[in-house]
Design a protein around this ligand. Structure first.
Ligand SMILES: [Zn+2]
Length: 320
């Protein structure tokens, strides 16, 4: 325990229900309808404090009465071969399907970018321009977004260590690393683009990792820790006590990826599977596993038996 632990309240894991009243509940009900959720909340007394919705990959939407926060909002799926034995074809042309983005991502106040790969940032420029959202990312992430015509005035450069107050929630940023792959522990499309804005990315290989970040989004009573890749910096996050932490298949080069992550974050009440679907398959159908999510579930159960493992399907939500 460091002095930091008492200086910053990292949210005890308590559920906070019934705090949203009137228009807030109506707004959430409207959001739920737009998102295609079957049972929208209509009773004020049971309205959620935070509604979490999965849009596949590591794309998550957090909705409260006051705000919509998105992590890695990418829904323009196009075939890359990422989950075949050959892996993603680096020459695959980037496609941005604005109609699909409009359909699934109606609102955004804040967009958090974990790293620069296509399946995390390719939709952000269009989405930021349409919504006016603030976008957090590293210098490289922001340069890639600038190269895709993201609105300069909304881009917030971070490097880890920042704690920002937004309307009803805080966002804390942590330094991290992408998961490695292959015999020589390399990062897919590694590299950085500091300084000058690069040429417009046309192919998925042009959207380089550009550094990785993790985020704690704290709504005051319920908080979430997300990493967009199967890696983290243990010493950066060892004091955190989030309500929920996201885990994903992979991390084979990171010993104890799941076990150390759960221990570092205090064995959170909720562990949410992320980035487990084959994103070459449609978002509008039930997720097809791209990684071994059942092995992940068992690993979580063994490491943190009191945590509830949440496997949320495409476009479905969970209320906190
Ligand atoms: Zn990645």
């Amino acid at each position: 325990m460091s002095p930091m632990t008492t200086a910053i309240d990292h949210t005890p894991p308590i559920r906070r229900r019934g705090l949203l009243m009137g228009t807030g509940a109506a707004a959430l009900a409207a959001t739920a309808t737009a998102g295609g959720i079957a049972a929208a909340q209509t009773d004020d007394a049971t309205a959620p404090a935070v509604r979490l919705r999965w849009l596949g990959t590591n794309a998550w939407e957090f909705t409260t009465e006051a705000a919509t926060v998105l992590i890695d909002p990418w829904v323009s799926r196009f075939p890359t071969g990422a989950y075949t034995s050959e892996g993603a074809d680096p020459e695959t042309e980037i496609e941005v399907h604005e109609d699909v983005i409009d359909e699934h991502l109606p609102k955004a106040d804040t967009i958090l970018v974990t790293h620069g790969h296509w399946d995390h940032i390719a939709d952000v420029p269009y989405l930021a321009a349409r919504t006016g959202a603030t976008v957090l990312g590293t210098e490289t992430h922001l340069n890639l977004l600038r190269a895709m015509d993201a609105p300069e005035a909304q881009l917030s450069q971070v490097l880890g260590g920042e704690l920002y107050q937004f309307d009803g929630y805080t966002v804390e940023v942590f330094r991290s690393s992408h998961s490695a792959s292959g015999e020589h522990k390399q990062i897919l499309f590694g590299g950085t683009r500091p300084g000058q804005v690069p040429k417009r990315p046309k192919k998925i290989k042009h959207l380089i990792e550009g550094g990785s970040l993790t985020y704690l989004i704290d709504f005051g009573g319920v908080s979430f820790f997300n990493a967009g890749s199967a890696n983290f910096h243990e010493h950066e996050i060892a004091h955190l006590r989030p309500t929920a932490v996201f885990v994903q298949p992979g991390g084979g080069h990171t010993p104890g990826y799941v076990e150390r992550l759960l221990e570092a974050t205090g064995f959170p009440p909720y562990v949410i599977a992320t980035h487990w679907d084959d994103f070459d398959k449609p978002l509008t159908e039930p997720a097809v596993a791209g990684g071994n999510v059942e092995a992940l579930r068992e690993r979580v159960a063994a490491a943190s038996p009191d945590s509830e493992f949440l496997l949320i399907d495409h476009l479905e939500s969970h209320d906190f």
